[in-house]
Write a protein that binds this ligand. Sequence first.
Ligand code: 1GP
Length: 257
Amino acid sequence: MNNPQVLNILSERSKEGRKSFAVLIDPDKVSDEDSLSEIIHLSVKHGVDFFFVGGSLITEDSLDWVVRMLRAESSLPVVLFPGSNLHIHQQAHAILFLSLISGRNPELLIGQHVVAAPILKKSRLEVIATGYMLIGSGIQTTAAYISNTLPIPNDKPSVAACTAMAGELLGLRLLYMDAGSGAPEPISQRVIGAVRRSVDLPLIVGGGIRSGAAARQALQAGADVVVVGNGIEKNPNLLIEVSYIVHELNAALNVHE
Ligand code: 1GP
């Protein structure tokens, strides 16, 4: 397998200030092959950068065909975003090896990792040590409930910043700040900005992004990558809108060079 070296791509783009767009496919929410095929087609056509695949809870037996179809119908990097060590698939390119550093549940800080480690060491997956931070959005999301952790409050940017700094000092390579899938509000610009100013790691932001304007706000506040899942499942045109904004911000960068 010719792996695309996802962390290198993200780090280079982050250094250059170039923004990226990841479409999140939750295997539980993909109704059939036709609807996934439509999303793949739109993603390729409109220059999406990555597919993330996963969710905190996968109840359907769909991870396998979803990953295979993403690989067969596009050449975009397929990155696993696992909810547990059950969500490993060898046909993906990379896996976010998530440590839930916003929480205090040892199982998600190190426990699941111990079980997954021997499988991942033998695999050809690119394993990316990722500090995963859940940020509160006013409701209890599935991610917060299933992980049995308290998210960082959305009005506590300094807590988010200190958590991110700790993740960086522990040697994590990537940060993923998530309001949780379907969150009523995306993460505030204050929280994103505070984290951006505190660490040099590539910063992924997702959860509750349902408009191009919300994606733009996250990117302008300092996110390197925006992740959109739920909103695209409901309205595939959102994919086109967010792609346009990411390309517009990157084009402005070229003009200023
Ligand atoms: C969730 O960050 C992702 O873990 C994406 O969230 O589904 O709300 O877009 P949405």
